[in-house]
Design a protein around this ligand. Sequence first.
Ligand SMILES: [Zn+2]
Length: 445
Amino acid sequence: MVQISIDEQKLDGYRTFDGFVEVKLPPMDANLTPFERESRRLTLINRILAEQRHIAWDHEFERHEGKNEFWHGAALIETNDGRFFLDSNAHLLNSPAIRNCAEALGATDAFQHRGYGTRIKRLYFMGGRADISHDLPLLPDEEGKRYTPCGSCLDVINKLSDDKTQITLFPANSGSWEILPYEPGKSMDQLAREQVYDTTVKELLPHLSVHRADAQGKIKETLRAAWDYIRDAEKWQALSRAEELHLLDKELPNLPAKEAMREINALMMQRMKKMYHDSEGEVTTGSVVVIRSDDGRYYIGTARSNPRTSDLHPAMDHAIQNMLDGDMLQHATDIFLMSCDFERFPNLFAKWKENPAQPVTVPMPDGDARERAKKVTSADAVPDMQGTVLSAKSANFHILLPNNVKDFDPDIHKVDFTLRDLLPHAYVNPRSLRANGNGGGARTH
Ligand SMILES: [Zn+2]
């Protein structure tokens, strides 16, 4: 068992008031080097994080007696105006799937107290698994592991970040460790046990924003054609459920890949068109997701929404649910995504006319959608932090731009990523459907 030694009294180094935490450094010897100063600061923050994690664990203990393993973290957010916001995870007893993460809570506190204009200067983060039924605030094999915030939290943090925002991952520990600063250039596996890992949102959640352009403006032409295709009611002909099932279940596994892509695209555009025509002016965006499972079957999910809400992950949830309804043991090998903002589409054409060189934005799955996809990808398919690919299997993402079905050209309308491109530090969530626990240096919770 890991010994947790936390002072009876609050730590001397900080105090809380109105949701803020003030971090006060102990008096320092003027002869200290910047490395030594940073080390002292991080050691203090390490105690704060471990203490907060422990306090929250005590609360969980009172409420959730008998609960087994669960993931538990603490986050301290430093804003660019010098404030600190401290939070830990909150779990709901009646719904193990619902957890408010420490990092997202801290980020929410920060903008509620300081306004949307505030930016996160640095996020300090410590995670690790606990077990109430065995009275373990930190499981012994968790000591020293550095967790990253999950995809959903990274998305929230990203919205409140600027280019300089730093994320500092602490090794899970009792709070008694002397912490060493990160040395730039070191990879996770080169770190000393007591060393933090400094990183960025961009490193943990890359490709949030992707643009495409071509010299001839062909992408824009084809998006215009796609829009004509979608709104052209005369050509509208709904596929019957039987036809869809035929497309999704029967023929595709045997077709050459490019042909399969064509069929999937046609089906997705049909669904997009249906959403537009069914909306009667109320729906402004539509998303379609098709998942291919490892037994060669295809499952479709759609979602439509009001303005300014992301609808890619409800569409993905829908497709995932269809897949799991078919067979709980299936894993996703390929995920096709398409999103179309019916409201903004027509205005974009006018904008593009003014500025033909402006690249086209590719609608990407957000952090939450990436996390969801991770949960239905085989655990073995996800490379760990050191890049060890544990199996040849891997989920591929194919992000399709809307298009006129007959002119579909994968080179123009399709952008491919792997799950590793989208969540490079991903590791299977211990709470996921496919929990499987052995691990590299960093894992998302
Ligand atoms: Zn999270």
